[in-house]
Design a binder for this molecule. Structure first.
Ligand code: MIG
Length: 685
């Protein structure tokens, strides 16, 4: 059951798509404090667990820290951060009571979840306007489903986007791109796409191509597609200020950029130097910006990633000008510690200064509103611009789209990647833990940069990270220029990496089925153990294992030099230790704690009781993965049933009942697939 309550005059974010009647009277569960700032508080009992907040730092259980919804370009994803790139104000409290709450407020919201006082949660709003949705149900999974129904169906990418993808900030020319393709194909590393980072553009101008570096762009797109490799270009939020640049000139002419109070376009500095931000909160501007993607669509491009859309601001032009003047005053002075710190603060305070958010405005259907009040909606609406445009421009085709910044509601238009992580073991775990929290807010198509974006990766890290990402819908190796190159072909143990990628393609029928069912039924693809094994008193303490889909529990190795790990089994399960798609061993383990070996080249996973994993024979790209033969790895005590989802992977005939086939395995090993000619080979675990 969902109840809606209104405080002040909430901005219509369009996060929620269902009609819900507005309630009068007291907010249930939360105590309302109308002090200097609007605050909701809740007393936490010792057994209470708090889940949610989508993309954020720290654990799956959010207790014990202070989080802030304030989308920020912050590349240091450390424990002392309070926000990352997104704002996902959805929480579930489970313990003495069970309820969910969504705080639909696009300004800055602070969640003190047992930080100031261990046993108190305080949700504080910078702006007094918020629409509150309170959800009730019998389990966390039910609450999540209720919430997901409220916010609408999740974005579904094309099937090729579930293949392995390669990216690096630093591929500059056609030769660079062809080289990456060749190295994968020649060495039989499966691959479905290569990314174009900002260097493909002419001086970082959106919707342009640097013809010196990529004179035959169209031909390259075509040639690579013949080789089953898609090119995925980046689009940045800021539009370069440059006379003669059509996007700039059109935006100015139509008044589609964010303006300051005096009516002049707000000037920020980002990659291209001075930029204006398209006013994506304005319907017409959003349509206009979305239409620009056609420039690349008509060149054969079928996927994009939207970057810098918090929006990231290196500097606001007027603050920079003032700062330069202030800095000049330090010249020739003897800088003591205080003055030196002030000096450093001046420069350090230039980037992403929240004060600058107050200086520009959006012209929305609900009037003019300053950016700080709706800051967290920018990335959402930039990606929405693209998503809405794809619906108009190519309604029958799925286009790959994912964003860096997001708000609840954006999940209908695209996925996200987890931003600028680092080549650190702890970031592998951090990204792992974000997955279920993101699923709670509808973001199913997601993954972090494999191998880490910043800092230098080691070979074993890349191997373990690739293994960890085997079930991530978005499986992309990406890194920053200047860091150690980390494509799979850069390392000695290429056999391990090749075998690992082959496993991914073997898993595709399962992975795709589970993703599609989760999307179409408003369910989670990655689930924490505690969401499923609700009576298990220990499950909530396990945050380095997840259920991936309905059949499998994954238990990656997150520790350097480890040759195995402790695994907690909430019930009897069947282990599979993969070395390759063909070479693996299996063993049943009873419930409880076990130390299980997993050498560098080995990936552990567990099949749940009366469930099965289906495997294809793999392939070097998604289109090569055949499904006329499936290996079925089943752990059957009584009977196992599986719903195998399969469609053309490009169109939108999602609801066709033909897409789902039931596979059944009985205890004697007999196996059948309803209505589809497929050769099944069963292996009883
Ligand atoms: O300021 O386009 O998160 O993936 O490679 C850095 C260059 C801008 C940040 C993205 C990253 C991308 C990089 N971008």
């Amino acid at each position: 059951m969902v109840q809606k309550y209104k405080f002040g005059k909430p901005f219509p974010t369009e996060a929620v798509v269902e009609e819900v009647a507005l309630q009068e009277g007291e907010l249930p569960y939360l105590r309302v404090e109308q002090g200097e700032k609007l605050c909701f508080s809740y007393h936490l009992e010792q057994e209470d667990e708090v889940y949610g907040l989508g993309e954020n730092v720290r654990g799956i259980n959010k207790r014990g820290w202070l989080y802030q919804s304030c989308c920020m370009d912050e590349p240091n994803h450390l424990e002392d951060r309070h926000s990352l790139y997104a704002s996902h104000n959805f929480l579930v409290v489970k313990g003495t009571k069970l309820f969910g709450v969504f705080l639909d407020a696009p300004g800055i919201v602070t969640f003190d979840i047992g930080y100031t006082h261990l046993d108190e949660m305080r949700i504080v709003f910078e702006e007094p306007d918020v629409m509150v949705y309170v959800l009730e149900g019998d389990s966390i999974l039910e609450l999540v489903k209720e919430f997901r129904t409220l916010i609408g169906r999740s974005y579904i990418p094309p099937k090729w986007a579930f293949g392995y993808q390669q990216s690096r900030w630093g591929y500059k020319t056609e030769e660079d791109i062809y080289h990456v393709a060749k190295m994968h194909r020649d060495n039989h590393f499966p691959l479905d796409s290569i990314y174009l980072d900002i260097d493909y553009m002419e001086r970082y101008k959106d919707f342009t191509i640097d013809r010196e570096r990529m004179p035959h762009f169209e031909e390259m797109v075509k040639k690579l597609k013949e080789d089953h490799i898609r090119l995925v270009p980046i689009i940045d939020a800021g539009v370069k200020v440059e006379q003669g640049y059509h996007v700039y000139e059109e935006g100015i002419e139509k008044g589609y950029f964010c303006k300051e109070q005096d009516g002049k376009e707000f000037v920020a500095g980002v990659w291209p130097g001075k930029v204006h931000f398209p006013d994506v909160l304005n319907k017409d501007a959003r349509e206009w910006f979305g239409n620009q993607y056609q420039f690349l669509l008509e060149k054969g491009v079928e996927g994009f990633w939207n970057d810098m859309n918090e929006p990231s601001i290196f500097f606001a032009q007027d603050r920079l000008d003032r700062t330069i003047d202030e800095i000049a005053a330090f010249k020739g002075k003897n800088l003591g510690l205080d003055t030196f710190e002030r000096f450093m603060g001046l420069v350090g305070g230039l980037a992403n200064n929240t004060e600058d958010f107050k200086k520009f405005y959006h012209q929305t259907e609900n009037g003019t509103i300053s950016h700080d009040k709706v800051h967290n909606l920018f990335g959402y609406n930039m990606t929405r611009a693209a998503g809405e445009a794809f619906e108009r421009l190519c309604p029958d085709k799925r286009i790959l789209m994912f964003s860096r910044s997001s708000y609840v509601g954006m999940h209908r238009y695209g996925g996200i990647w987890m931003g600028d992580n680092k080549s650190w073991w702890q970031h592998m775990l951090l990204n792992f833990k974000m997955q279920p929290s993101l699923n709670m807010v509808g973001i199913l198509y997601t993954g972090g940069d494999i191998g880490g974006f910043g800092a230098d990766a080691t070979e074993d890290l890349v191997i373990r990270w690739t293994q960890m990402a085997l079930f991530a819908p978005l499986m992309r190796n990406h890194s920053a220029q200047g860091t150690r190159e980390q494509e799979v072909y850069r390392f000695d143990k290429q056999g391990i990496l090749r075998d690992t990628l082959n496993i991914r393609y073997g898993l595709l029928p399962y992975l795709y089925s589970e993703f599609m069912k989760a999307a179409l039924r408003n369910e989670m693809y990655f689930k924490p153990l505690s969401f499923v094994y609700t009576d298990d008193g220990f499950a909530s303490q396990v945050e380095d294992q997840l259920l991936a889909g309905d059949s499998v529990m994954i238990t990656p190795v997150f520790v350097q030099n480890a040759r195995g790990r402790y695994v907690y089994l909430p019930e009897e399960m069947a282990m599979i230790r993969f070395r390759s798609l063909q070479d693996y061993d299996t063993k049943r383990y009873p419930s409880g704690h076990h130390y299980i070996e997993a050498d560098l080249g080995e990936t552990l996973l567990f099949v749940r009781k009366n469930k099965m994993l289906i495997l294809s024979e793999g392939g070097e790209y998604t289109d090569a993965v055949k499904t006329d033969y499936l290996k079925v790895l089943a752990f059957v005590e009584d009977k196992a049933e599986y719903e195998w989802y399969e469609d053309d992977g490009m169109g939108k005939d999602y609801e066709n009942p033909q897409n789902i086939r039931k596979i059944t395995v009985s205890a004697d090993g007999a196996c059948a697939c309803e209505g589809r000619p497929v050769r099944l080979e069963v292996e009883m675990l």
